[in-house]
Write a protein that binds this ligand. Structure first.
Ligand code: NZQ
Ligand code: ZN
Length: 392
């Protein structure tokens, strides 16, 4: 077990109807002038935006709206939000959306009170401003990323063609209320659930000792995620399964699986750059990459893959090498059963896939991918390129 300090900043409300019964209680955290941040309009169409605004109004507070946060949120959009928040003298931010809205809100909350540019401070000068952010709360409308319980924000800098994780402050409160997630399209429910599984796998396959408590918790979260994914295939409105997946999602990214160990997250690094070039859906991009990456590296962590296969997929194989191979097959079978894309060309993208997945772009994606040190083994940029080619 590595040494660690763990502190938990987010108060979580999980349950259908929790926003109606409890949002009012936590609004004082955000002060008197609240910016409500949301995406491309789903919350307007399904009526949840109005529900939230009337609760804020009923509390006697002033709100302004900031909308149009896109999936794979851009840094220029976040800067636009911070400018609007500054001009309106906002005292706190309420994110109403999925991972993209919550991530964008984190950086709006951080940039608003700071003159220093967040990207250049964090990415170019190694300075973190996070303790100065405006208070933030989140109402999750699409679960999977776990962004509601951590301080990371994944933002795309279009000019630099980089999609990167910035450090900000975690939300002070988070609502996981099924009522707000009822209208999420099936493909997004499933891609979010795969993202959750990916987070737990990427944590588990980082380096740790077999006695590590976090590994056993990760195995439990992965098994539960797979069990509930199987329940929602063909029936995404199974509220019980969706609630479990919401908590799996939060557990996978709230840091608890990461204490006392190193993490991998190489697939996320590749997917983020894939997203920077193609604007693909995050969970779907991971589903294409993850099995191919694991076939490249599993021989350096046979015992761990075998344990994963036996515990998460009930692989009944006493030989470790065979159990490890079978675990990757089971992962592929799950992805297939979920109906997620299995090739890069099947991903939904902003433009013509052939153009976006040109050899030059794949090379550029590979060369701009962060190479991390704590997976089963370290990749080279050339091997990332090979992985991308195999995913075509
Ligand atoms: O924009 P609207 O109209 O709201 O539509 C969204 C969007 O098109 C829609 N949606 C959300 N709630 C809905 C709904 N549609 C109908 N009804 C609802 N209730 O879903 C679409 C996708 O939303 P998005 O927020 O982009 O999805 P997700 O939650 O998967 O977030 C993905 C982003 O999170 C980042 C990813 O990189 C990506 O940018 N991540 C953030 C992490 C973190 N901060 O911890 C960790 C993750 O690994 C991930 O990298
Ligand atoms: Zn993810």
């Amino acid at each position: 077990m590595n040494d660690f300090i763990y502190e938990y900043p987010t108060k979580v409300f999980l349950g259908n109807g929790m926003v109606t019964t409890h949002l009012m209680d936590v609004l004082p955290i955000l002060g008197d002038r609240i910016m409500v941040v949301y995406g491309g309009g789903s919350v307007r169409r399904n009526g949840t935006l109005n529900e939230v605004l009337s609760i804020i109004k009923g509390s006697g507070r002033v709100y302004i709206e900031f909308s149009g946060i896109m999936p794979n949120p851009t840094y220029s959009k976040v800067q636009e939000g911070a400018k609007a928040a500054k001009e309106a003298g906002v005292t706190g931010i309420l994110a109403l959306g999925g991972g993209s809205v919550i991530d964008a809100s984190k950086i709006i909350a951080l940039q608003t009170p700071n003159e220093t540019d967040v990207w250049s401070s964090e990415m170019e000068k190694n300075g973190v401003l996070s303790n100065t952010a405006l208070p933030l709360g989140a109402i999750v409308t699409s679960s999977g990323t776990g962004s509601e319980m951590n301080g990371g924000a994944v933002i795309t800098n279009e000019e630099k063609k980089l999609k990167a994780g910035l450090f900000a402050s975690a939300p002070r409160f988070a609502f996981l209320d099924y009522h707000f997630m009822e209208t999420v399209p099936d493909h997004q429910v499933l891609s979010g659930a795969f993202d959750t599984l990916s987070h737990a796998m990427e944590t588990y396959f980082g380096s740790s000792s077999f006695l590590n408590a976090s590994d056993d918790v990760a195995l439990g979260v992965m098994r539960n995620t797979v069990k509930n994914i199987r329940r929602i295939i063909g029936n995404t409105h199974d509220e019980e399964a969706r609630s479990n997946l919401m908590w799996d999602s939060a557990m996978a990214e709230n840091g608890i699986l990461k204490v006392g160990r190193f993490t991998d997250f190489e697939v996320h690094q590749i997917e983020h750059q894939l997203g920077a070039y193609t604007d693909c859906n995050h969970g779907e991009g991971l589903a294409v990459l993850q099995p191919v990456y694991y076939r490249h590296v599993y021989k350096s962590a046979i015992e761990k893959f075998a344990e994963f296969g036996r515990y998460v997929f009930s692989v009944n194989e006493s030989d470790d090498a065979l159990a490890a191979e079978k675990s990757i097959e089971e992962l592929e079978n799950l992805i297939k059963a979920m109906g997620l894309p299995r090739k890069l060309t099947e991903l939904r993208m902003k433009a013509n896939p052939e153009e976006l997945l040109s050899d030059d772009n794949l090379r550029a994606i590979a060369d701009s991918t962060n190479i991390l040190a704590h997976g089963p083994r370290m990749l080279s940029h050339d091997e990332v390129y090979e992985i991308l080619k195999e995913c075509l």
